[in-house]
Write a protein that binds this ligand. Structure first.
Ligand SMILES: [Cu+2]
Length: 324
């Protein structure tokens, strides 16, 4: 009913503790606003009332310059406000850090510049976190390279991702839907592209989705599987299909330049063929295309052989004449 009011400052509230956190913010904000108005309006009023007037003699301040009542109030009111904030704050904080025992556990890994999610029953997604609604979900976060930070605004939930150690956060989503995820730790040129989405499904729907996730893609033709991997594995955050260069060269260009020389930033060159594409995916740092930066992450361990074949077939199919 008051959605417009709560969404004025904050995005939708989708987790169990979101409203608590927002309400604490409103409490601090509005009590500060009230105190601000009392002080400022009082000050303006008194300075007008007691301003110096030309034709009036100087009025001396009353000798009653001290009030125990007023001074106690000045002390007690802020003390009450600060105590409420403290107790409320620590209770909300504990709710956010104590993970319920029955939470399902999903592993989140930040990689420059995408996210991978590993599910309890096997299977992995990229840049798409799928969770059941009304179920506690525990996320175990880490990073493959630099510092990242995982933030789901609608859940009011955020945690740093560090290489070589695990951090934990959790939430219980109350509404089905698709919501944004951001990286909130500046992590290099691709930082702003490091967005993902959380898809909240009904628990039954999630079960079905999770059981299909592990299922193999053997029946799909290679180039179609490749096209799917292009978005699933986040190649599309840095490569396009339409010829325009993004962080990396367009796959259309790679496709059109098949059997031609690719020049690297150290002056060497190599013919673009299947082996070149494969090693570009698995060992991107060994040959850096001239004019680009060596920022592509390695996909070693993230793609199996069929998936590599699929990506190669897909890239080749882009220039129209299919050479598979
Ligand atoms: Cu990041």
């Amino acid at each position: 009913m008051f959605d417009w009011l709560t969404e004025f400052f904050f995005p939708k509230q989708v987790s169990t503790f979101a409203s608590d956190i927002d309400n604490l913010f409103y409490f601090i904000f509005y009590s500060s606003l009230v105190l601000f108005l009392i002080v400022v309006i009082g000050m303006v009023y008194l300075s007008i009332k007691y301003r110096a007037r030309k034709d009036e003699p100087l009025r001396l301040t009353s000798s009653k310059d001290h009030s125990n009542l007023l001074e106690s109030l000045f002390f007690i009111i802020p003390l009450i406000l600060v105590s409420i904030t403290f107790v409320w704050g620590i209770r909300s904080y504990l709710k956010m850090v104590i993970v319920p025992d029955d939470a399902i556990e999903i592993k989140v890994t930040g990689v420059s510049w995408f996210w991978t999610f590993d599910y309890p029953d096997g299977g992995q997604t990229l840049n798409e976190l799928v969770v059941p609604s009304n179920t506690p979900v525990k996320l175990v976060l880490s990073s493959k390279d630099v510092l990242h930070s995982f933030f789901i605004p609608v859940m009011r939930s955020k945690m740093d991702c560090l290489p070589n150690r695990y951090n934990v956060m959790w939430f219980d989503a109350t509404k089905e839907g698709v919501y944004d995820i951001f990286c909130t730790e500046y992590c290099g040129t691709g930082h702003s592209a490091m967005g993902a989405q959380v898809i909240v499904m009904k628990p039954a729907q999630y079960e079905e989705w999770a059981s299909e996730l592990g299922a193999d893609d053997d029946s799909i033709p290679l180039d179609e599987l490749g096209a799917r991997l292009y978005t699933q594995k986040a190649c599309n955050t840095c490569h396009t299909e339409d010829g325009s260069a993004l962080v990396g060269p367009s796959f259309l260009q790679t496709s059109q330049m098949y059997e031609q020389e690719r020049v690297f930033d150290d002056g060497t060159s190599s013919v673009i063929d299947d082996n070149y594409v494969r090693s570009s995916i698995l060992e991107p740092q060994t040959q850096i295309v001239a004019g680009y930066q060596g920022v592509m992450p390695t996909y070693q361990g993230l793609l199996n052989d069929r998936e590599l074949d699929a990506l190669i077939a897909y890239i080749k199919s882009l220039d129209g004449d299919s050479q598979i």
